[in-house]
Ligand binder design. Structure first.
Ligand code: B12
Ligand code: SF4
Length: 497
């Protein structure tokens, strides 16, 4: 019998018009947590919802069955897209398992912990940020029950479980929601043991994910990644990263790695030393990584390709100088264009993310973005446009969020959906009756789930959307032409080579 059930609900479902596909990625965060727990002598019952075979995946019954026979502590990790579904499914779980302690964590709940705990009395605690040390302390404290060593029977504790000593959580103390002090971040990332890969069947995962750094010092105001880790970046040594790649290569035979850190190219020197370490090793692998146009000069790009990098992904965001300055991106469109044009001559694959639909983006600004996208596409760059999603942890959300302006429009923009990242040629989705209550729940809580809402749909979003379609974006034909049969997602790399 294990000590704790740890469930991964970070997942990608892509619904095309006629079918749903999943892209199954190694759940790095939960596997890091599992390893810390194991190192603290706890046995982990690890479950990955990505691998759960079920037609009605997004129902409380499905999650109830997935989580059946849990241990007396349940830890769940999810992103913002599945947050509404997750918290509703946990309500049902609590009814079936009143004695199981429920903690949520991961990027989805970040920034809205208080609201969730107030809204969902069935959730006991939420982890904030980096979790390796937090989960160990949390599990230790809950196991002790702080009640003179008696085994915990949650339903009989009546809120007397004292979690005040666990840094990095928000929790419910009787009827009060309490935010504990923040936990210090782990600075020497080499000290963190590799994720608990042995708990999963690695052959089932298409994307073999690795992360080489945590944190990003830039100030892009729409970004939800930097606030989650913190602005101060910490990096792993090249030797440590290489050792994990070697270990994974031996375990899986997979020669394709996906670096998931946004700040992978923290400095040309660091990237080059990692590339030299890979080159000097006997590891012959391919990999993909994120870049920033102002940090990848030509020697860096060349050294990356020599070491096996087959795809680089840049966040360009906008072709308008005014918009880039407004979101404090830190470079201008000309620079972006020059670097993209260098990159297509060096990397086998170059992707560019653009964002659109900022409420302060005029049509002139938007047209500049459209031109930038078309110009880059002509050079051979793969274009990945995204409608702005106002995630609650971002500076931009705090600047713009006024719940009276947030409009819930799932029918028009199935970009960020709880039941799958849906690609629809005509921009329409069917909301089935079994999912209706989840949509109602979202629409009545714009302050908790702002990522599902938009600003000025009629005057800001629609005209731009129509222009994008006119130029071949967001159409079935455009997608097929641009992406072939590849699945697209948030910024995690598609696993196809
Ligand atoms: C890999 C990845 C994916 C993979 C996830 C693979 C997996 N199964 O885990 C896939 C491809 C599935 C994916 C999909 C999506 N993603 Co994504 N993804 C990433 C990416 C690039 C890396 C995530 C990662 O591995 N981090 C490293 C690990 C170590 O960190 P972690 O998971 O956060 O875990 C740590 C802590 O959060 C904490 N923790 C985690 N769980 C728990 C649980 C408890 C109880 C506790 C206490 C602590 C805790 O401890 C962990 C270790 O310190 C990030 C961007 C980035 N660079 O971070 C975006 C990111 C997470 N994705 C994002 C989004 C929005 C999506 C999509 C919803 C977007 C979309 N529209 O396509 C889709 C899902 C679509 C769908 N409808 O299904 C956003 C999330 C925003 C948010 N606030 O939720 C991010 C931050 C990117 C962004 N641009 O903003 N993604
Ligand atoms: S968008 Fe990229 S560069 Fe900007 S703050 Fe976020 S992670 Fe850093």
């Amino acid at each position: 019998m294990a000590d704790v059930t740890l469930a991964n609900l970070n997942m990608l479902c892509v619904r095309y018009l006629d079918r749903t596909e999943r892209e199954i990625h190694l759940p790095l965060g939960p596997l890091y947590l599992a390893k810390s727990l194991e190192d603290a002598d706890y046995q982990v019952d690890f479950r990955d919802y990505q691998l759960y075979e079920r037609a009605d995946l997004f129902t409380a019954d499905a999650i109830g069955d997935f989580l059946k026979d849990p241990e007396d502590i349940l830890l769940v990790s999810c992103m913002a897209n599945l947050l509404p579904f997750t918290v509703l499914a946990l309500r049902r779980f609590r009814l079936d398992h009143p004695d199981v302690f429920i903690a949520l964590g991961g990027v989805g709940a970040f920034g809205v912990e208080e609201q969730i705990l107030q809204m969902c009395p069935w959730i006991d605690a939420i982890g904030v940020g980096e979790g390796e040390r937090t989960v160990v302390e949390l599990v230790r404290t809950v196991k002790k029950g702080k009640l003179k060593g008696t085994p915990i029977k949650l339903s009989q504790l009546n809120g007397r479980l004292d979690l005040s000593g666990v840094k990095g959580i928000v929790w419910r103390d009787n009827d009060r929601v309490v935010r504990n002090p923040q936990r210090e971040r782990i600075q020497d990332l080499d000290q963190i043991p590799f994720p608990a890969h042995h708990l999963v069947d690695l052959s089932k995962y298409a994307g073999i994910n690795v992360i080489s750094s945590r944190g990003c010092p830039f100030m892009c105001s729409f970004c939800s990644v930097a606030p989650i880790w913190g602005r101060k970046p910490f990096t792993r040594s090249p030797e440590n990263v290489l050792a994990e790649m070697q270990h994974l290569y031996e375990q899986t035979g997979s020669d394709l790695f996906l670096f998931q850190d946004e700040y992978f190219v923290s400095s040309p020197e660091r990237v080059q030393s990692l590339c030299e370490a890979i080159e000097a090793s006997d590891l012959r692998v391919r990999w993909k990584a994120f870049g920033r146009v102002d940090l990848t000069d030509i020697p860096t790009m060349e050294s990356m390709t020599r070491a096996g990098c087959v795809e680089i992904r840049y966040g360009i965001e906008s072709g308008s100088e005014r918009t880039l300055a407004r979101v404090t991106k830190g470079f201008n469109p000309q620079k972006a264009f020059e670097v993209l044009s260098d990159a297509v001559g060096i990397f086998p694959g170059v992707d560019a993310f653009y964002m659109w639909g900022f409420p302060f983006e005029t049509l002139d600004d938007f047209n500049e973005t459209l031109l930038h996208m078309i110009g880059s596409r002509t050079m051979g760059v793969r274009i990945l446009p995204s409608l702005l999603s106002l995630l609650p942890q971002t500076t931009l959300y705090r600047e713009l969020a006024d719940s009276t302006r947030l409009e819930f429009f799932p029918e028009l923009f199935p970009e960020y959906m709880l039941t799958g990242h849906e690609i629809c040629a005509d921009g329409r989705i069917e909301i089935s009756s079994e999912h209706r209550h989840i949509y109602d729940f979202i629409s009545s809580h714009p302050d908790v789930f702002p990522g599902f809402f938009h600003i000025d749909v009629e005057s800001n979003v629609m005209p731009k959307y129509r222009l994008l379609q006119k130029f071949g974006f967001y159409t079935q034909e455009g997608r097929t032409e641009m992406l072939g049969s590849e699945v697209e997602c948030c910024g995690a790399h598609s696993s196809a080579p």
